[in-house]
Design a protein around this ligand. Structure first.
Ligand code: SAM
Ligand code: SF4
Length: 330
């Protein structure tokens, strides 16, 4: 697909046929199955200063928490008992959880359960990535957020575009199923830069790709900016599905927040993965990346039951498999 075609699709006007093609590609790649993942958000401490994120280090208005290793492992036990075959261990860039301690947790999860482990802990050294892989981690999510170097510098002060990109490549080299992605509608993005992002993310030949809308957080420098348009996020997902037929693409929780029935619409636009927080209810709402995040007060069991009902209600199958994908990078 050419840049101009992508821009035309992002403008709308052919949403019905775009989403229909994306759904057909999802079915061709995954059949009727939708994968469910449970996320344990185990630390809200972060050393970074991303201008869009409520967990940024300078934000002293949020309650920070850190789960203990045994609390993390209990949450994983619960998720496995609910029949989920993947745990995503996510957090801010929190040096407290270092190479050794994260490695120990990954090893213990792999000893206790036959499930896939995805890590999403930001930029860490190649030695840590390699150690965690050796401990059994299967996947890693490291979103670029944008592939535009100038915009990246505006969004993530103090971070280096090329270092993050090198991190994605290192993860691929280490044999992780590797995920990255973009936030749509951040300040300064245009349909043109988004089309470039879509093409550049596709060129990385990723196993997992996420595209979710920007949700402004009032305690951040971008707090008064407009949020991302959910229609553009959905079009981005659908185009990514067509360009990356076998990649795992989630319907993000950010989409659910900015759009009624966002997860359902995400599946209708070609997503094949739903992710839910199974972080203990006592701290879950404090993982305040953006307003509305993790405000569900129901138990993980209740959330997962509802998710399965949503999937079945769409005539699809809530999958019990790990749902791994290894894209051929030639
Ligand atoms: N700290 C790790 C990192 O940044 O890679 C992982 C956790 S971070 C909270 C997970 C993702 O949340 C980020 O990659 C970013 O895409 C998303 N995020 C953060 N703030 C957001 C916002 N205001 N709107 C939409 N997505 C946001
Ligand atoms: Fe930290 Fe990730 Fe939030 Fe950036 S997006 S401030 S790295 S938690």
């Amino acid at each position: 697909m050419r840049r101009n075609e992508i821009i035309t699709l992002l403008q709308g006007g052919s949403d019905a046929s775009l989403f229909e093609m994306a759904r057909a590609q999802r079915v061709a790649s995954f059949g009727e199955e939708i994968y469910l993942r449970g996320i344990v958000e185990f630390s809200s401490h972060c050393r970074c200063r991303c201008n869009y994120c409520g967990l940024r280090a300078p934000n002293d208005q949020i309650h920070r928490y850190r789960l203990t290793p045994s609390e993390i492992l209990s949450a994983v036990d619960e998720l496995a008992a609910l029949g989920l075959a993947t745990v995503v261990l996510q957090g801010g860039e929190d040096p407290f959880y270092d190479m050794a301690s994260v490695g120990d947790i990954v090893s213990q999860v792999k000893r206790d359960h036959d499930i896939a482990v995805t890590l999403s802990l930001g930029e860490r050294g190649s030695d840590a990535f390699a150690h965690w892989r050796a401990c059994g981690a299967d996947r890693y999510l490291l979103k670029m957020e944008t592939m535009n170097e100038a915009l990246y510098g505006q969004f993530r002060p103090g971070c280096d575009f090329h270092r993050r990109l090198a991190g994605v490549r290192t993860l691929q080299t280490l044999g992780y199923e590797t995920g990255s992605g973009i936030i749509t509608g951040l300040p300064g993005m245009t349909l043109e830069t988004l089309a470039d992002d879509i093409l550049a993310i596709t060129a990385l030949k990723l196993d997992m790709i996420s595209a979710g809308p920007f949700v402004p957080h009032h305690q951040t420098p971008f707090g008064t900016q407009a949020g991302g348009d959910p229609r553009i996020a959905l079009r981005t997902m659908a185009i990514l599905r067509l360009l990356n037929p076998t990649a795992n693409i989630p319907a993000t929780s950010a989409l659910e927040i900015v759009e009624k029935e966002g997860r359902r619409q995400g599946i209708d636009a070609g997503a094949n993965v739903l992710m839910f927080s199974v972080t203990p209810e006592s701290v879950r709402k404090n993982y305040a990346i953006y307003p509305g995040k993790n405000q569900e007060t129901q138990s993980a069991a209740h959330t997962i039951t509802n998710a399965r009902a949503l999937i079945r209600g769409m005539g699809l199958i809530p999958s019990t498999s790990r749902g791994g994908v290894k894209v051929d990078r030639g």
